[in-house]
Write a protein that binds this ligand. Structure first.
Ligand SMILES: [Zn+2]
Length: 106
């Protein structure tokens, strides 16, 4: 286990680097889940996959429920269109920047 900040080896059980204090296991990037339309898994506009991701369930299950709602209740299409308009698109994946290595001689 190496520190992502200073590159020095850290104890595998430690959560923080003993050299620079950097958290070796950073907190999850999305602690507060937001309801988004999925960019990666979409059949129409990504609403079902977004809902499934939010609820942590299979997108196919959400689609089946949605189709059943359309067939038996008739409100599914309107609901989908409203969700399409209301839900923001999932933010694009931005890779975390690699900390710059200091090259100046000491
Ligand atoms: Zn460090």
């Amino acid at each position: 286990m190496f520190c992502p900040q200073c590159g020095k080896e850290a104890a595998s059980a430690a959560n923080y680097c003993s050299h620079c204090g950097t958290a070796i296991f950073p907190p999850p990037p999305r602690p507060m889940k937001k309801l988004y339309r999925s960019r990666t898994d979409r059949k129409v506009a990504g609403v079902c996959a977004g809902v499934a991701d939010y609820l942590d369930i299979d997108p196919t299950l959400v689609r089946l429920i949605w189709v059943a709602t359309v067939l038996f209740a008739g409100g599914g299409v309107l609901g989908y269109l409203i969700a399409w308009i209301v839900l923001p698109e999932e933010p694009l994946f931005v890779p975390s920047t690699v900390p710059s290595v200091q090259t100046a001689p000491r």
